[in-house]
Design a protein around this ligand. Structure first.
Ligand code: ADP
Ligand code: ASP
Ligand code: MG
Length: 404
């Protein structure tokens, strides 16, 4: 029998009416001839509310207690959906991450799945039940409940699809697919029929919330096709995330991230070689301390200067380290009010870089820093100009798509 894992996000299970709707959808997938495993997120904004409760009672909550607390949100959804399914006459059983055999490391709040013991879920499927698994969680070797990081129910779904050899993982959300930009920000964004894992990974790592970045990386590694589709329009085929996409032209999409700080350092003495080794030493220092930095360039060039972006959560640690370990006397210049706009394409080294710079400059939008990979060009612009920058770049590359 064909097997599928289907996952429902927080908006899809926000209240009892939506849970009943999801139960009908699960039933229809089963009637299509599938053995179904369901993964659910917490209802609506439950996780945020639980985190707020913890902050109300403790200034610096222990990560172990936090994980036990926030894992309950998904358990509520799983049990409620199983009840709704039974009510419609579908045999169903709910599972916590631990009951579903999801073994993780001990990194509370950001745990990684080490193994999925599939025996319990396979037995449930064999007995004709629809297992409904609480997403976002697992259990460590010591028996502690762990969580997988924000948006982690997507990871649960992909891990189960891979371990249970499902033919696909369908991620149901409040949008009907992956768009060329966040459709809630740019109304002219269009839906992509398909996108490659690598392009989707770049979008997800750089602000496109629609899929958790680690889940995309896992799907690519374990060859799980993902279909992103709408809970509220399930007949729509959505977007397929796979190896070889069919989107026209080079351009895939845009994303926007506002969680990074930009740091600019000036080399105390001279430029040239001294500057090159100075840059390497500083980057190595930060990387060795486990601080992820993304080194960039500027339109004016970077002789005698080092520009990098760092997650705002890591900024204080990065600045402390620089102050303690380097003898530099010129203080770093920090900008916390930038948006990182990323253009994701099959190949950004073609004309995308030049055209992006020309389009933004012509529109009078300043580019503070740029970084790039094979599939992504990121342009850091003042945060208040992010929508204008997205619009200008979308107009530029969507036009190419239509012409292609
Ligand atoms: P869920 O609760 O179903 O997991 P999320 O809120 O995590 O849903 O993700 C869905 C949201 O992702 C959408 O509401 C949309 O605003 C946002 N989003 C950002 N970028 C994109 C994109 N390129 N395509 C589709 N949605 C996007
Ligand atoms: N409920 C968790 C969160 O809000 C996990 C998820 O939704 O995937 O991040
Ligand atoms: Mg999500």
């Amino acid at each position: 029998m064909k097997r599928i894992v289907i996952k429902f996000g927080g908006t899809s299970v926000m209240d009892s009416g939506r849970i009943k709707h999801v139960a009908r959808l699960v039933e229809s997938v089963q009637k299509d001839g599938y053995e179904v495993v369901v993964v659910v997120s917490a209802m609506g904004h439950t996780t945020d509310h639980l985190l707020q409760l913890a902050a109300d009672v403790g200034r610096c909550p222990n990560p172990r207690e936090l994980d036990l607390l926030i894992s309950t949100g998904e358990q509520v959804s799983a049990a409620l959906l199983a009840i709704a399914l039974e009510e419609s006459g579908v045999k169903a059983q709910s599972y916590t991450g631990a009951m579903a055999g999801i073994l993780t490391d001990e990194h509370f709040g950001q745990a990684k799945i080490k193994h999925v013991h599939t025996e319990a879920l396979l037995a449930a499927l064999k007995a004709g039940y629809v297992p409904v698994v609480a997403g976002f969680q697992g259990v460590s070797g010591k028996g502690d409940v762990t969580t997988l990081g924000r948006g982690g129910s997507d990871i649960t779904a992909i891990a189960l699809a891979a371990s249970l050899a499902a033919e696909r993982c369908d991620i149901y959300s409040d949008v009907d697919g992956v768009y060329s930009a966040d459709p809630r920000i740019l109304s002219q964004a269009y839906k992509l029929p398909s996108i490659s894992y690598k392009e989707m990974h770049e979008l997800a790592c750089n602000g496109a919330q629609i899929l958790n970045a680690r889940s995309v990386e896992m799907a690519m590694r374990r060859a799980v096709p993902i279909r992103v589709r709408s809970t509220f329009d399930p007949a729509d085929s959505g977007t397929l995330v796979e190896d070889s996409p069919h989107h026209a032209g080079n351009f895939a999409g845009l994303s926007c991230l506002t969680t990074q700080s930009h740091v600019q350092l000036h080399c105390d003495a001279g430029g040239g070689l001294r500057s090159q080794s100075w840059k390497k030493n500083i980057i190595a220092l930060l990387l060795e301390a486990g601080i992820h930095v993304e080194v960039g360039s500027t339109l004016k060039g970077t002789a005698g200067q080092l520009h990098f972006a760092v997650e705002r959560a890591d900024l204080a640690a990065a600045l402390d380290l620089l102050a303690q370990k380097t003898g530099e006397t010129i203080p770093p210049v920090v900008d916390n009010h930038l948006a990182k706009i990323s253009v994701v394409a099959r190949d950004v080294r073609s004309s995308i870089e030049v055209e992006s710079i020309v389009a933004l400059t012509r529109a009078g939008l300043p580019i503070v820093m740029m970084t790039s990979t094979e599939h992504r060009l990121s342009l850091f612009v003042p945060i208040e100009l992010r929508e204008s920058a997205l619009r200008v770049l979308h107009d530029k590359f969507a036009f190419l798509k239509i012409a292609a």
